[in-house]
Design a protein. Sequence first.
Lengths: 110, 147, 400
Amino acid sequence: MQFDIIEKGQYTVIQVREARFDAKLAPSFREELEKIQGNIRDHLVLDLGDVRFMDSSGLGAVMGAYKMLRNTKISIVNPQKPILDLLKLTRIDKLILSHPTIEDALAPTT
Amino acid sequence: MSTGKFHKQYSSCLEASRTVASDILPFWQSLGLDVAVTGQMELCLVEIVNNVFEHAYSNLEGAKFEITSYLSDTSKLVIEVSDYGDSMPTHILKDLPKMDFIEPLAADPNTWLQSRRGLKIIQQLSDKIEYHSHKSRNTFRLLRKTS
Amino acid sequence: MSKEILLVEDNKVMQLLMTKMLSSRGYRVISAFNGIDALAQLDKHPSIQLVLSDWMMPGLNGIELCYRLKSPEYGRYIFFVLLSGRDDKESIVEGINAGADDFVAKDTNINELDARLKAGLRNLELHNQLITKNIELDRAYATMKEDLESANLLIRRMLPSQTSFQGVELHYTHIPSAQIGGDMLGCMQLDEDHIAIYLFDVSGHGVTSALMSFAIQQSISSNSASNSNVKRKKETDPFYSLRDPSEVLARLNRSYINQDDNNLYFTMVYAVLNTKSGLLNYAFAGHPPMIWLQKQQQQCLFIQQESFVVGMFDFADFQTEQVQLNCGDRIFLYSDGITEAESSDNQQFSEQGLKQLVQDLADQPAAKQTDTIVETLKSWSGTAQFNDDISLLVFEWKGN
């Protein structure tokens, strides 16, 4: 998987540099996450700005991350419309919140 | 606007769905379909193809499957995916409507990973789904109104 | 061990794919397209013991096939792996009941499947080794049993064939214990006027004791030569003389003093009866007393000696003593299997007990007495099978 990591205060941001978050990508997403598992801070932010396509495998991978990082809050930022629609359709948006930008995600909740 | 028929054979593997998607999108565009519709149909098709690889062929590579797609006379988009592997048990589609997307709850790990999310997605985004097996050939058929 | 595997799968495409995948891991795949075909293929290839079978199949399905292959009637041990569909959780329980050894979900990756099949092959290897060892053990045991039975037959042959002598009526009972044992008794005509009667008991049980008892019996009974353990050569007519009982025992002691550590010794009573006069010469070597049933006096006495056993002490010496029998008197010789027989509350029958019994049976004919004694002993110990050899010999001097 092509990706970048940014660490900032309480946050670890993973920018997924892939167009399709699908069955082909899911295993390597899992692998990469396992590698850095110990170093992830309290809040994991997934920047899916480059992702144009996501299917149930991608959702499974994100939920897998949620299971793996029990005490870590997970958010999605920069979701493209199809991805936002999918999260809404499957109601995962209730558990994994999405924000338009990183700044919104990092802003303290009021 | 083209009124042709898309028909192509593929070999099962993990990235087959990407090849299928990149092959069929131009065809659907040539049918003049709305981009929102093609986006949703791409998702459905990818889910069906994933299932063929994972369940009909148990993740084994090199098995043949076929994709057919066309507009019916009643302007419905038809997508058919056929394979020669293991058939899906009939109760799966039957029970599907009763299943809802269960909102995953932080407190309940049972709700995090759900099987059949893929099928549920297909059902929600299609107007009709059918599945039948005939002489070791299984066909998953999806219909979507385009107007 | 060959990595042969029978793949039972009704879908042709799946069959081809799985065969390809399994072959790439070094398995030699034989395919069957349903349960009935599976049975036929197993008949055709008798060396296959590993079966990987789909669950849903027309005709005989995976579960039914498993029942068949795991039933005791099926002539081969099969390691059966059931391929379960993703949603077939109920079939897992059914599969366990049918005897399936492992379950693999159909979409399991090849590494895991390979690992499970390899575990199955190891299981087969162990099983087959166990079967081979059991067969060898069974054979060894059968041979041992046969040998023991043959040995027991030989023992029977060494018992006296002749029990009727001039002036003497003789009866005996010899019941070997469950294991082969070392009791032996004998009687032989030494010359016109003398018969020798003896009974000995080799220590321990088992083949070693039995072998020793054969050897001793040979040393005593080979009296055809004029120089033997029981007869001495003489220069003058009749060119032999009978050795005293004490001398007989002393000679046996010299022969059987053991150099090895096997601690084999034997107790013995050796007696020579002058059938004309009724004089009984005897010597003991650590053996239980003889019982003398005096007809006229209607009483029972012990004839005994404190003495060394044979084969243990090179300084052991033996004494000859004698008693004068009257017409109709009976002498009982026996081994400690009788006197040490235990009742259910661990009471020994004892020498006194035997003496009393003989007294009680005084009026019975000698032949009946031995039977009655054995029967009494059986009810005493409560079993028909004794722990130790039972040897009993009775002879009656009929007078001149």
